[in-house]
Design a protein. Structure first.
Lengths: 322, 322, 322, 322
């Protein structure tokens, strides 16, 4: 079986996740990394070279596709470069920080005809996909209500937050993208409230830590979104979709099915520590999707256009909260 | 042990529920019914007399307290009559259909000093009370988000609906009253959407079958309410309260803990058929509360003032939806 | 509706349970108690008289049936007396402490034609009955394996234990009776082990605190029984029945559906404190069954013959353990 | 990071599982296969050579260790050959079909000082290990009762069964080995019953399809084991360990956390199809354990001696059933 060669742009935390997935794919081969500044130990961990530019990497290891896991501001340039080199790509979200850049990227990619996957990991999660498939197959009739509960474990460092565009663009965007995926179009009305329940000091960087939304579709469902940066009981991302003929519930998977019944009470199996652990299978599915496109062709399951739609909805939510 | 004698005004469905609870209370005795029009078979079922007026009942069986389970429009008159007769009362909700009548009733009752319990059954439910108690005791820190999911099994007959004041006043009022109970004050902002997902014909009587709310308290929580008249999977009323130090979840109790694992899948224990079955313990607790007040004195746990506050919030929700 | 008058023999803990059930039955009336020695406050609690003998009670309050909740050694005499008086009865288990006395009682009752219910409470439990009904209706095909897990909270006082005939006769008899009920005949082989895991001092009264059984039926199922007097996690009585076409699981009901998710873990809803609380509905169903027999006639659901069969199996288990 | 080279002996179903695990290990490299007869397509799938003998493989690809996944009768020879070649090994269970051969293998391996892992997959399962660790750490006090429920989905083909040594040696051996692991020594008494509930025709090959055991340890726990080849509700392997200070329950993990609530009932998340899917993480952990031993040295977590102990207990169970 032929193995397709992959170069990963970036050597940070998310690049490590993709490297692991590439390694585990039977039809892919990790050929190298690109890091323009100071590479981490990731390339040596995997025993592959690291190049200062994508051009040099392309010349040296002749990749079949690239994975863009570099800082957001560089995504569009690497997409343009990939198109120049004729390489399909998997690009981390978000595509860019402004609408114009996303449109530019979409235009370049669309004219090239090359497949470019956008990495909204939740769309690749086997359980979330099962929910979407069942809804699309009519399993719950007409969708009437969607509930999204997203609770992270703790606040990120305020210096990190400052570069992530705020809780809506950084965290709630996953809920918003999933709603667009499940419903298929922008909501007609957006009601939003942002709070600082955890850290009042976030006002200094214009950020919040709690989001409450009611989104409404004409002749369609209403969605309630409740998101917070800090839940003392641990990481949680739950989805319920209620329809005219049934209801789908996607609870959180647990790490272990071991339960302790003691004199102090019953302790349930443990939760995942965060999105990386929770969505490990989803990250693998992203890379497997890339392998599928390389082997069999076809259209990306999640594309730059989805990135644009999510960007628009993020903007509407932020506006509505003011 | 002395038994207090109770007269129930009304002989309909809810009167039957209260009769059963009175019968089961070791310190109460069912003394008779009042029905001005055509009494049901309820009095003969319990082997007690039925009188055409409360005055006659009071003269004949000398009650210690009354339970008002007659049509809503008569509640205030019976409250006034109970005060005249010096009788404590348990009054079914709602107190009345207009704010002025509720104020009149409150004034009469307040000047009499007699205890009058308002029958919002959910406030008497042992599990909901457990949630409220734990929150009040600081068990989850500061409340940040409340989720109310209320799903009835099927639409009531449209002729019945027409006399109930609409889905908000009739059904969602329980969620709204519970929110006022949990938070302790009116929300500062109300965002509401009403839908006709089940029966478009409800437009003829100005009613809806689906309600979606986002209620916001300044320096307090946000509440999401999703209510529908029809859920094919059955009756359901769930509550989640998320706070800075923990989260309380009140799922629906099930009728049976028997589970069948078959080749067709796993069948969970069954749901209650509706609010009557679900809140049987709560209705008993209402009557037990009446018995407690008769024996030991004290203030009603849920009073006419709570009825006024719920009335106000119902009005705000209906207004916000327009 | 006519109310049948009930006299309860005994004024102890189990008599109190039955008094409450009689009170709650719409078609029964608590007419009085019998206590030959020193009555508790139970009669005055319910406001009914207490007589020193059943004969005097029968003359004074003319009961329609009696409930025998006196010490075990007196059960057979009261059954004989009930037959003399022509009164149906509900008799607490066990019928007697020796086989010969049970046979005598069966003979007297059988010749009288009067209905006598034996109070194995588990047979009246709605959930256990649901399991039995589904099996009898073929819902899981042919039964192949039965699992009984019975765990009490803590050891009874050793002086109390000394009069209860040992853990098998007192506690495990309920599992054994249920097995006879589910399978319909005595097992063909009994393998038993008794342990003193909690209190080695039980050797002084010849008792144990832990029972492990493998019971086998030719051309039928195997049953595993694990019973202990002490489980630190609380009261538990679980049943699983595995068949060729499915499996039924009857887990323990919980007191409350409220769940707390905190930084220290997830606390599930609470367990019942013991058999009295767990089987409240079953005790009510026993009394309701008595009311049914009085109103409509018919055969008792659980009879003295069942008491004899359980007695025999207890003996076999005790023998097998030696 | 240095990669250790692995040769897998065998190209069948279990060899495929190990190949996948080797591929996923960052510190191992799949170097080749050995198949003396007719190799499957497995070597070409992974793009590595296949040799007719282990000797040739050792000469050609210079492995650091081998995985023995060939037919049982060849295990001891390959273990001897591995020792000759100085190669550590992971050997599939069972070591051999007779006690003498196992002793020979143990002797050869023990004198060599080379680490040899025995592949009882359940010992490597993260959840089962969690149970064992908590017990060993005193988390539930003294163990008093162990429950093993093992239910496969359907009978294997009778021709396959004929070569597997019967249900006890092939399937229940995993329960028995786990009991030895949890308790630490052979039981003092074994009570066994074997049945043919699914296929009476198994009598022709001297096999059964259902096993019921009560195993007893002096001054230790009692274990109940119920195993069957066919459960219509699907694959299941549950463990409960009850102790003086608590109880551990290891339920089956599910494939998906998605739940459908419909008018026909509630459908829980799905079960695994069989042991391969259920114990995928355990198989990975076996190979990771091999990698750990190669990198850091140390003793195997599960050794040939464990294979001998399990063999002995299998024999005792089979004898006791006669």
């Amino acid at each position: 079986m032929r193995k397709y060669r992959i170069v990963i742009v970036g050597t940070g935390r998310i690049a490590a996740v993709h490297a692991r997935s590439v390694h585990r794919s039977p039809s892919l081969e990790l050929a190298g990394f690109v890091d323009t500044v100071a590479a981490s130990s990731l390339p040596s961990h995997w025993g592959v070279p690291c190049f200062p530019t994508l051009g040099e990497a392309a010349g040296a290891v002749v990749p079949d596709a690239i994975v863009i896991a570099s800082p957001t501001d560089t995504h569009v340039s690497y997409l343009a470069l990939a198109v120049d080199l004729g390489l399909p790509a998997l690009c981390e979200k978000p595509v860019a920080r402004d609408r114009r850049s996303i449109e530019v990227a979409m235009d370049i990619v669309s004219r090239s005809g090359l497949p470019v996957i956008l990495g909204f990991h939740r769309r690749f999660d086997p359980m979330r996909r099962e929910v979407q498939n069942r809804i699309a197959a009519g399993g719950i009739g007409k969708t009437e209500h969607i509930l999204q509960l997203s609770r992270d474990v703790s606040l990120p460092d305020r210096r990190v937050s400052a570069h992530q565009g705020g809780i809506v663009a950084d965290m709630v965007v996953h809920d918003l993208d999933e709603l667009l995926w499940l419903v298929g179009r922008q909501p007609d009305r957006v009601h939003a409230r942002l709070d600082r329940n955890v850290d009042a000091g976030l006002v200094e960087i214009g950020d919040h830590d709690t989001v409450s939304l009611q989104l409404e579709w004409n002749d369609g469902p209403v969605a309630h979104v409740s998101a917070t940066r800090r839940a003392v009981h641990g990481f949680e991302q739950r989805l319920e979709v209620f329809g005219s003929a049934g209801r789908l519930v996607c609870d959180d998977p647990r790490i272990s099915c071991v339960r302790l019944d003691s004199a102090q009470g019953t302790y349930l199996d443990r939760r995942h520590a965060g999105f990386g652990e929770r969505y490990r299978d989803a990250y693998q599915a992203e890379i497997d999707h890339l392998a599928d496109l390389l082997r069999c062709g076809g259209d990306p399951f999640c594309s730059l256009e989805d990135g644009l739609n999510a960007f628009d909805l993020v903007e509407r939510v932020v506006d509505a909260a003011q």
